[in-house]
Write a protein that binds this ligand. Sequence first.
Ligand code: NAI
Length: 706
Amino acid sequence: MPTGKTSVWETLAPRNREFGPGTVLKAFTHWRLSKGPDEIAWLALDRANESANTLSEAVIAELDTALAEVEGMGAKGLVIRSAKKGGFIAGADIRDFKGATEGRDVEKRMRWAHGLIDRLAALAIPTVAVIHGYCLGGGLEIALACKYRIALSDAKLGFPEIRLGLHPGLGGTFRLTALIDPVEAMTIMLTGKTVHAKKAKALGLVDEVIEERHVENAVRAAVAGEMRTDRGSWKSGLLGLAPARQLAARQFRAEAEKRAPRQHYPAPYRLIDLWEEHGGDAKAMQTAEITSFSELLVSETAQNLMRVFFLREKLKDSAKRESGIRHVHVIGAGTMGGDIAAWCAARGLRVTLADLDHEIIAKAIGRAAEFYDKKLHSSIERRDALDRLIPDFEGAGVAKADLVIEAVVEKADVKRKVFDGIAPKMKEDAILATNTSSIPLEVLREGLAFPDRLVGLHFFNPVAKMELVEVVAHDQASQATLDRVHGFCGAIDRLPAAVKSAPGFLVNRALTPYLTEAFVMIDEGTPKETIDRAAEDFGMPMGPIELADRVGLDIGLDVVRMLKNNLDDPIPEIPAWLEKKVETGETGRKAGKGLYAYDDKGKPKRASGASPPGPEMTDRLLLPMLNACVRCLREGIVEDEETLDGAMIFATGFAPFRGGPMHYARSRGAADIVETLKRLEERHGSRFAPDKGWEALGWEALSGQT
Ligand code: NAI
């Protein structure tokens, strides 16, 4: 197989991108150096054997050698750019960081890397970063070490480190706060959001935004010192003063508290401290950045968040297949169907949307328009997405669709009736998918002429936020069907998790004992707020009571009933008050009232002053969930622990810094969990009995030692 080196260089360079003179003076493994008659040196990064540029130690070490070469060749200026189509540099190579345990070792490596970036920053000649596509983390830090930054209009710049439990570590903290308004700089680093080229120019983060054909001229102007730059703001001066920084830092901390509690996510607070203490003093900030970054990197939070990064990559990889799906027909325009349709149209597919009730279709289209207004960047994108989303009052889309998604009410007989009506009209190779939350596919496929093309595509609520889709297989589904729907998930930017058909599949089966235990606690008189606190303190984005309201108590009740009828999992009895609430329409957030009452912004009205959760409460909620996860693994509902962890994180928001339920179970130790379950069983009943699947996780071996 040819390496990325020659192919990209030879095929892309002459046609698409300006890399300076065609003759390469020196080709390293990852970098390529050339120099033209105007005496400007060009260094292009084309990381070998990788489709995207990331910074590994080898890439940085080679940059050092290349810079020495540049210094020796008497160039008038130096351009750094990427030879990869997708972008400049996507950040550090996280594989280098995974598993690091020794802060001091990391610190040594970081100090070495800083030395090299400082060398770039100190070059006596003008240096220019030419940026296209993504320019993230370490990539942005290299660009910041250059004197000028020229962006192409598709550039996206940012520091996503915070999402990995880190902050910038290669000079970003002091170079960005020195270059642009420090409040904007801190916001970029604290939120991890990317900044598009235009905004980057407005902030002074890049000096020019141009098209590819102007690159050479812009570079010449920069090297000749003729490029106009707009640097430094009055705020930089003001925030050089400690009292002003203290005030801003207080606000940053208050914001951070709302998003990420300090005990679970230390990185934002470390970054704020760093800036508050040393802001304006580059040297001191650099020293503090190296120490703080190294300590964070070896922390459990960062290591677990890196695990989550790789879990996402694994699920993404499983979606890299061709789907052949261009037109999707959605039946049922309610909460789920409406949102699935809107999402698919936003991602470029043609969508027809049908429902028995025409008004519900109209409402769904209205909701989609609001969503596009908020989330799509240009008016053209918004218009195109709306054009692709077609209300289908006659159900005519069925005959043209490559994929039909059913999202009608959670009743097997209703769903089968819908199938009876549409199956004869579908194209010969079209796929039929159901969004059922819990009904086994074996039940739904009865009477269907093409069970090989039936599959479950279980989206989660809200569709735009929850990245996961459970791809539910049954023993008559064809591999081609499963491959195509995996590809479909990739095409619409969702993460597929392969699961087997069984009541509740994986996610709802694991969630149900967690939610129902919360209902038992309500019956014992524990305040709702206290129950939710117990889960939130563990790191869940919301507690089980709020989650039940979010899902909808009617949907939740259907799922619990289904699981109780079809499994012998030890699920607590359904409380009479829950059935009553559903009957009277108090179905949760969507109804404005459920277990909580909701304000007009959809926020739960919580009573203040509820007692803090007792020591056992978190385990009572969490361990039945882990027990169900272990059971699903034992029964082969899900293939491996990584898919399970990814599914629970991306479908339910399971505390990401814990690395997923199975990772948490392994870190805490199977023996400890089993002992605790047994204690809870004695105190509260057989629903806590440990599943025998724990043996596979080393429970027997460990308990045998005691
Ligand atoms: P919903 O009640 O909001 O929407 C159902 C829609 O189906 C209604 O608009 C109704 O008019 C329509 N409908 C009923 N019978 C029909 C028929 N014969 N032909 C065409 N349209 C028909 O329900 P929701 O919440 O959207 O749930 C739909 C499905 O998605 C269910 O299977 C549910 O279990 C599943 N689901 C729900 C989730 C949630 O959080 N709400 C999450 C994941 C899956």
